[in-house]
Design a protein around this ligand. Sequence first.
Ligand SMILES: Cc1cc2nc3c(=O)[nH]c(=O)nc-3n(C[C@H](O)[C@H](O)[C@H](O)COP(=O)(O)O)c2cc1C
Length: 316
Amino acid sequence: MEITQLKIGELMPRFPIIQGGMALRVSTAPLAAAVAEAGGIGIIAVTGMDQEEMRMEIREARKLTDGIIGVNIMFAVREFAQLVRAAIEEKIDVIFSGAGFSRDIFGWGKEAGIPVVSIVSSARLAKIAEKYGAAAIVAEGTEAGGHLGTDQPLFDIIPAIRSAVKIPLIAAGGIVDGTGIARAMKLGADGVQMATRFVLSRECSVADAFKQMYLKATADDVVVIPSPVGMPGRALKNNFVNNVINGLAEKARNCTACLKSCSGQYCIINALENSRLGKVQEGLVFAGKNVHMIKDILPVKDIFNRLLRELKEFKE
Ligand SMILES: Cc1cc2nc3c(=O)[nH]c(=O)nc-3n(C[C@H](O)[C@H](O)[C@H](O)COP(=O)(O)O)c2cc1C
């Protein structure tokens, strides 16, 4: 299948592949820069960082590549507006935002000439994002890792979202190979966002125990559990997840009220940070539904080469 050109505002990556933002320092400068260097768009996830840390990450990524670097800032984060403004000051190339909506962000992006991309899971929200001024949308299906906005499979939601908006559509959720990319594009996607595949890269800086959990995961190990953010989240089964399911998770302590709204059922920031640091049984390991299809840890460049080869060879 032919590789097509993705255009987000004036941004034209060599390949229509975006590395999804992964909170609590799973996608930081080294991974984002490697993806940008390979010709995709690399995303630093900002949730869990303060402004200073985000600025340092952006600057670090800029030292490593002159490719396209974006940030992912969850609307649910209390410091959302301050973080967006600081990212604009750092002249970030593109801003991705999900888990809620704000009209303001589109105006700020427009003023600065920085495209804003909304992550949505329905035609209704896609239409609102387009009306407010989104440069593109990520249509995220239920196979995605992390917080979920729908229980509908990606390939079921693409057609409705495609016919609802004219702006570029980036498909996300469960895509781990070139065949997945090709199928999404056949349905009308202009590009894809992939996250789980990039955790199993050399450049992703999570603890090895985190990557090993991914590598060992079977289809049955992937579950959906409630998150204190108020949305369900897709993660790997472990002691922590069992405790959440059985109502035994430790309540949030030393809370800094980092989220605009939080049930306090457990501290998601601590849970995600624990797993990134390697305490994988005491933390939340977010992962996409098709994690079991990935069998190796590769340099980002090799992941790209394989994806592009599979995409080129795809025949229906
Ligand atoms: C470990 C992990 C953390 C994530 N954190 C975020 C996040 O902070 N913000 C966000 O918008 N999406 C987040 N996501 C979703 C991804 O950006 C992406 O859209 C989704 O996982 C795509 O599905 P895939 O992982 O099957 O490729 C996360 C996903 C994973 C696996």
